[in-house]
Structures are given as C-alpha cells and as structure tokens.
Design a protein around this ligand. Sequence first.
Ligand code: ZN
Length: 281
Amino acid sequence: MDKLIHATADGGTVRVLAAITTDVVAEAVCRHQMSPTASAALGRVLTGTLLMASTLKDFDRLSIKIDSNGPIGGIIAEATRDGTVRGYVKNPDADGEGTFYVIRESGFDIGLHRDPYVGSVPIVSGEVAEDLAYYLAKSEQIPSAVLLGVLLRNSEPYVKAAGGVLVQMMPGANEHIITMIEDTIAHAPHLTTVITEGATPKDLAKLALGEMDFEVLEESDVAFKCNCSMERARTLIAALGPAEVGSMLEEDNGAVMSCGFCSEVYQLDEDDLKKILTTEG
Ligand code: ZN
C-alpha cells in the first residue's frame, strides 16, 4: 500500500509532505489507455494532488487542473483529504500554452456545496513540479519546493516507481532555508532512483531536507479510488429524461456509461432502463 507522511522541521516553520505513489500511478495507467508521456504526466499530477490535498483544513477535496495546449495537454486530478485520488488526461496530443488551476471544494457528498476556492497561474514550465511550485509561490504566497517523479518501463508492470515531496515554508520560516533546501534537492539523487531502491516516504523527506532534523506527525495510506458507482450511473441516465431513456431502450436495448475519471464501464440492460422509466414516470 502506498503511503504519505506529513512532517515538520525547524520548529514547525517548515512543512514536509512526502509520498510513495507507485501503486496509485500503476492503477491509473492500468485503467486509462495512455501514451507513456501522458502516463508520466498524469502520474505526476496525481501525486502532486495527493500531497496538496493532505494539507486541506476547511475543504474536503482538492483538484489540480491543467488546461493546456502544451505537450502534456489537459489533465485533471481530484484528491480527498483522506488519501484517495482519481484523474485522467483529457487531451494528450495537444500543443501550446495554458493555465494551471488548484481548486478546493467541500460539501459535495452531503449536498451542501460551498463555493469552491479557485487559484490559477499561467503554465510556465510544463513540468508539473515546477508549475506547482510556481503556483504556490505566486497564487498562495507559500515559498515551496516540489519534487515529483514517475519512472516507467516498456513491459508490465509499466510503472516502476512514482512519488513526490512537497516542502512548504510556513509564516516565520527562515528565508535561507528554502535556498538551502533547493540546493539540497538540486544535488540529490533522482527521486525515482531511490524509490526503485525501496525508499519510504521518510527517506524522500530526508532526501529533500538533507541534514535538517524533522518530525513525522502522521502517516497515512493513499490510493487511486473513484467515487463512481452503478447507482450513480443509473441516476445520470435517469436525469436524461423519459424520452431519452425510452429511445435508448427502443434503439439500443440498453445503455453503456463509462466514467471519465477511472474508465470504469457501467452497462444498463433493458430491465434497468424499464425500472428507471417506471420510477421516473
Ligand atoms: Zn469512476
């Protein structure tokens, strides 16, 4: 099971999130048909989203959305505070410029949806880790260092290693520390090399912090998990209205729905559609 840790250093003024996400990314790659480039990009976004979501306080869910005509195209990932993430690549083949969004939401599952908090910056590098660090510095005024890595291979299992570290300077942090951490990171071995060798999230934190002492506050499981279900598929079909459902029944003797976030396919047969028509009518 993939793990994520929440740690602090320098009297709590430095916050460190570190995660191994090899299984998370493997699950995403297994579910979605993607090119290696798209797989690597989505893997980084899923990892970055999990790291960011673990810092949520007043919201339940955090999404990172990259709307780009750039080499990695459009990507969306949504993670909950309790360590689940889902996501997909919208358009792996596009190219040009774009926008990097971070969206915080709450109240969805209990029907009390608050206005989401949305922040965005233009894409500056096309490297997810650099764009996330740029977003945090510009949009949220949190000086940050971000490392995200995905290592793929040519045969199954395609994902050899994946993980990430996010270091944030909290108010009152010594301004020299971010420079020191950036320097440590610049000279550190590749994240995916140490993960391949069996590194834990704590080892990743150590890799980013160098000689600095740190304290692990929490360790939790993380997983690729979607909240779609047959129940939700039925509700979505029912929402199309009796006329549309009736024509699905007549013309196709059923309906097929595929979840964009996880590629799960839901097949509704004649009886399912008839039941929708009688309940709705
Ligand atoms: Zn799904």
